[in-house]
Design a protein around this ligand. Structure first.
Ligand code: GLN
Length: 208
């Protein structure tokens, strides 16, 4: 770790924060928990962890974090959301609670708990071209899937589950990345490395 390494926050109102902090450290970032709006100014990028998107939404609204998160996203802060974090970055959510809000930013419709009861958790080797040839060991826990995306959204990964060949489980739109699975639980740091390198590129552009 050097002082040039980007500072990446992990939204720490709810969910598996510590695992992301460790994975970001392994991927060459200085990782810090972020639990209040004033901490957003000190970071170069943000991870929104898995957990429970309805609870996360409720607490973000209660603690006055939702609007600052949206403002940071609109200002171009790179963000990576896994599972519940993917839901938080979606512009539209199916099976949301009526009062559930999101940070938004990715032009996609995400369905909560989409894989159903029988397979509510599973692990799958998922090919992700952006990460290299080796498939990624993806852990899905009561995961959402992506029902549909707008034309500016790049599809990073699909799985042959959910009654179709190509169910979308990872996407990117500009500086926003989302996975339906939990890369922080596998010891494979390639998704975090991919995100940290996006954050570095944004830093370089800001300095120029
Ligand atoms: N089912 C959860 C939700 O809707 C997401 C699960 C997870 O993050 N592991 O928020």
């Amino acid at each position: 770790m050097t002082s040039d390494d980007p500072v990446v926050g992990v939204l720490s109102i709810q969910g598996d924060v510590r695992e992301h902090i460790n994975a970001l450290g392994a991927a060459g970032a200085r990782a810090v928990p972020v639990g209040s709006a004033d901490q957003l100014v000190d970071i170069d990028g943000l991870v929104i962890p898995g957990g429970e998107s309805t609870t996360m939404s409720k607490l973000a609204l209660r603690d006055g974090l939702m609007e600052p998160l949206r403002a940071a996203r609109r200002a171009g802060m790179p963000m990576f959301g896994s599972c519940a974090g993917m839901i938080m970055l979606a512009d539209r959510v199916e099976d949301a609670r009526p009062d559930q809000e999101t940070v938004g930013g990715i032009d996609m419709t995400v369905r909560r708990n989409a894989f159903g009861r029988q397979v509510d958790s599973f692990e799958l080797e998922v090919p992700v071209a952006a990460l290299g040839e080796e498939p990624f060991p993806a852990v899905f826990i009561r995961a959402p899937w992506v029902e549909g995306v707008g034309e500016d959204v790049e599809i990073l990964a699909t799985v042959p589950r959910g009654g179709r060949d190509g169910t979308i489980v990872a996407v990117r739109q500009g500086g926003l990345v989302a996975t339906a699975f939990h890369p922080e639980l596998t010891g494979d740091s390639r998704v975090h490395e991919y995100f940290v390198s996006m954050v570095r590129q944004t830093q370089v552009r800001k300095r120029e």
